[in-house]
Design a protein around this ligand. Structure first.
Ligand code: MLT
Length: 391
């Protein structure tokens, strides 16, 4: 930390109860989030890696550098070798209740995998969990949704193609859906060290809970509508915008819809971010794909008009520090346009992806930080304040 940063991050009373916003608490070796440049994976802006094969991006995050062809090949072979869940784990996941949101059963599925197959070794568990996530997620979604039996994995297809192949979508699958799901997967691997689920996962691991238990907590953190579930909420918001502004979702009608929402003091979804002060580059990549392939789709039209009108309307309020769309403003719309119109599972898809970044960050904090000693147990200070009628 340089002197300027030291002054910037002096903790004052007005910084209390602000969600630790902006305070450095450690190092992150996988990615960083710049307010203006957005997400950067190990030195590579997200738009540069968005269309790499997933295995190459995971290698980049794990090793902090782009892999040579032979290294990525070897790494992919390792992933393939560990890609299959045992029948015991599959049966337990299938036995989970179908009632309730799938983000309730998804963390349990990860915990079950740890109970039955965990090695109590952060590095080994990290590799094994990342390798098995496509199978685990496909079994969980197919079973929860009642879409039938999950076929055995075919790891030779590649990390995400294998996942899409196992999904038993009632409406079938297209090559475009595979492209959209792969893009979604890569864009959500990591978002610096301080996003809620990552922070929670590392905090739980700091008590020396194993990787699976730590990731289970992280996934529960992701389930909240202010974090991962915002992608589902944003899609509902876009659908409402379309419904209320007529089939053409004209720019004026969309602007009217937003103004009405603000007048009613209702939430505007898909805009703003704790760190970013520009349009989220993860959204920009997806807007481009939506414009290129689905510009006639009414929901996509609504999302594109929300993009413009939302920023215009929110900019009028000087208190709003970031009036720009975030990743959730378009991800659900793009998934729907490509044939995955099941918003209940969007946060699970986010989790499938984010497990990668969190697991790698936990390995750093437990096995590499502070010369291999690892970071100490997370234990911040809270100031005692007697309860009064006004608190
Ligand atoms: C994320 O991807 O984790 C979200 O954008 C939230 C965050 O970065 O805090």
């Amino acid at each position: 930390m340089n002197d300027k940063e030291k002054v910037l991050f002096e903790i004052r009373e007005e910084n209390l109860e602000t969600g630790l916003r902006g305070f450095p608490v450690g190092y992150c070796t996988t990615s960083s989030v710049d307010p203006i440049k957005g997400l950067i994976y190990a030195g590579y802006p997200i738009d540069q890696v968005a269309f790499w094969p997933p295995e190459e991006v995971i290698f980049l995050l794990m090793h902090g550098k782009k892999g040579e062809e032979s290294q990525v090949k070897e790494f992919s072979e390792e992933l393939k070798a560990q890609a299959t869940l045992s029948n015991e784990v599959i049966e337990h996941i299938k036995a989970l209740p179908k009632k309730g949101h799938p983000m309730k059963s998804f963390p349990i599925a990860i915990l079950l995998l740890g109970m039955l197959e965990g090695k109590e070794d952060y590095r080994k568990d990290c590799m094994s969990l990342i390798a098995k996530m496509p199978h685990l997620t496909a079994v969980l979604i197919n079973s929860h949704a009642g879409w039938g039996e999950t076929p055995p994995p075919d790891p030779e297809l590649g990390y995400m193609q294998n996942f899409v192949n196992m999904l038993q979508l009632p409406g079938g699958k297209s090559e475009m859906l595979e492209r959209v799901l792969t893009l979604f997967n890569i864009l959500h691997y990591d978002h610096g060290g301080g996003n809620l689920s990552t922070f929670v996962g590392k905090a739980v691991a700091s008590g020396l809970e194993d990787l699976y238990g730590s990731i289970t907590s992280a996934m529960s953190a992701l389930a909240g509508p202010r974090h991962g579930k915002a992608n589902q909420e944003s899609l509902e918001f876009t659908k409402e915008a379309l419904k209320k502004s007529g089939a053409k979702a004209s720019p004026d009608a969309i602007e009217g819809f937003l103004r009405q929402k603000l007048a009613n003091k209702e939430l505007i979804y898909g805009f703003g971010h704790a760190v970013l002060r520009v349009e989220d580059p993860r959204a920009t990549v997806q807007y481009k794909m939506a414009e290129e392939f689905y510009s006639d789709n009414p929901l996509v039209k609504a999302a594109l008009n929300l993009r413009k009108a939302g920023t215009k309307v929110l900019k009028e309020n000087p208190k709003i520090t970031n009036p720009y769309p975030n990743v959730d403003a378009i991800s659900g719309t793009l998934l729907t346009a490509a044939g995955f119109g099941y918003p209940e599972y969007y946060t699970v898809l986010f989790g499938l992806s984010r497990v990668v970044g969190i697991s790698i960050q936990i390995v750093y904090e437990r096995c590499e930080a502070r010369g291999g000693k690892g970071t100490p147990i997370v234990r911040p200070k809270y100031l005692y304040k007697p309860k009064t009628a006004s608190t």
